[in-house]
Design a protein around this ligand. Structure first.
Ligand code: PEP
Ligand code: MN
Length: 351
């Protein structure tokens, strides 16, 4: 159920409606839009009695949301969600901005991380990725440096300004990632780990949800809904390829999901052509296509010595390829009246 407030409704009227909903034993999610505020109601098993709600001051209408996801749906919020990063000019979402996330699969050492970070920052990346807690197929494969990696990435943020995106794989790592990172990544393998999604929803950091290896569009959006149902509306989706019979690539990058998501949801969607293809020679072509198809940004793995990488070397592009790709993406974006920001502006901390 969704309560649509009148354009001229006051903040007090919005608050009174939220209180009324909470008194009925449900949860109210106030989602302000450019034209009007909508209030999503969750926590109801069946139909909410719309009786009194319709007559509260400031209410325009009460409508049923038929889709299984509500807060993630465009029915609730027409305009694109824009995720902002306080103290910087970086954004993710909004339709015309192309956010660039780059960095190694895993943080392997301080030297490795800085070598890559300095180069992707010089090429204009606003976001730095790097795994601290790695969900590896083999328990004997490199599992990540954990806390040490988070501390290295915090130093990288201080030095370059880039905002940090890194994965949490369980409750323990979630607590640490929430403290150090700017965006909490939930990986493909955990896309349907509902207790982890709910916990991420109780934080107030943006959450990037990667598509599960065999997740449908509805399942993908339901995972976003899990995070939002806990009151965290800053969700970013990320397409990273799905399993198919095709074996010339690691996964099959499903670019068609980008316009499909944008039709149904107001949430931003990034594309990860690295995990999506698993092959260095296919990463840049698919990154170009991702911008052309309208993705809100791309997430790409970059390594200065991929042959020595402890994870995902074969799909990591060289920093020089990344630099060239940025120029190409800029030009592709321009054709579509979109923009690839180069570099991040960080306000000086208040004294
Ligand atoms: C990653 O981005 O580091 C990662 C492990 O990706 P995915 O969850 O998509 O496999
Ligand atoms: Mn990887």
């Amino acid at each position: 159920m969704l309560v649509v407030m009148k354009a001229q409704a006051t903040p007090e009227q919005v608050q009174a409606v939220c209180q009324h909903i909470e008194q009925l034993g449900f949860r109210a999610h106030s989602l302000p839009g450019a034209q009007r505020t909508a209030i999503g109601i969750t926590g109801n098993q069946g139909e909410v009695d719309r009786g009194n709600l319709e007559f509260l001051p400031g209410v325009a209408e009460v409508i049923r949301v038929s889709k299984p996801y509500k807060l993630a749906s465009r029915d609730v919020k027409e305009e694109y969600t824009v995720i902002r990063f306080p103290g910087t000019d970086a954004i993710i979402g909004g339709g015309s901005n192309v956010a660039i996330v780059a960095g190694p699969c895993s943080i392997e050492s301080r030297e490795q991380a800085f070598a890559i970070a300095d180069q992707v920052a010089a090429s204009g990346a606003q976001f730095f990725r790097g795994g601290a807690f790695k969900p590896r197929t083999s328990p004997y494969a490199f599992q990540g440096l954990g806390l040490e990696a988070l501390q290295i990435m915090a130093e990288i943020r201080d030095r370059t300004g880039m905002r940090i995106i890194t994965e949490a794989i369980d409750s323990e790592s979630l607590a640490m990632v929430t403290e150090y990172a700017d965006v909490i990544q939930i990986g493909a393998r955990n896309m349907q780990n509902y207790s982890l999604l709910k916990k991420a929803g109780r934080t107030r950091k943006p959450v990037l949800v990667k598509r599960g290896m065999s997740a449908t569009l509805d399942e993908f959006l339901m995972s976003a809904e899990y995070v939002m149902s806990e009151g965290n509306y800053q969700v970013i989706l990320c397409e990273r390829g799905v399993r198919t019979f095709a074996d010339h690539t690691r996964n099959t990058l499903d670019l068609s999901i980008v316009p499909a998501v944008q039709r149904l949801s107001h949430l931003p969607i990034l594309v990860d052509p690295s995990h999506g293809t698993g092959k260095r020679n296919k990463v840049v072509p698919l990154a170009r296509a991702a911008v052309a198809v309208g993705a809100d940004g791309i997430m790409v793995e970059v390594h200065h010595q991929p042959e020595k990488a402890l994870s995902d070397g074969p799909q990591s592009i060289y920093p020089e390829q990344f630099a060239e790709m940025m120029t190409e993406l800029e030009q592709i974006a321009a054709v579509l009246h979109r923009h690839v920001p180069r570099g991040i502006h960080v306000e000086a901390p208040a004294r």
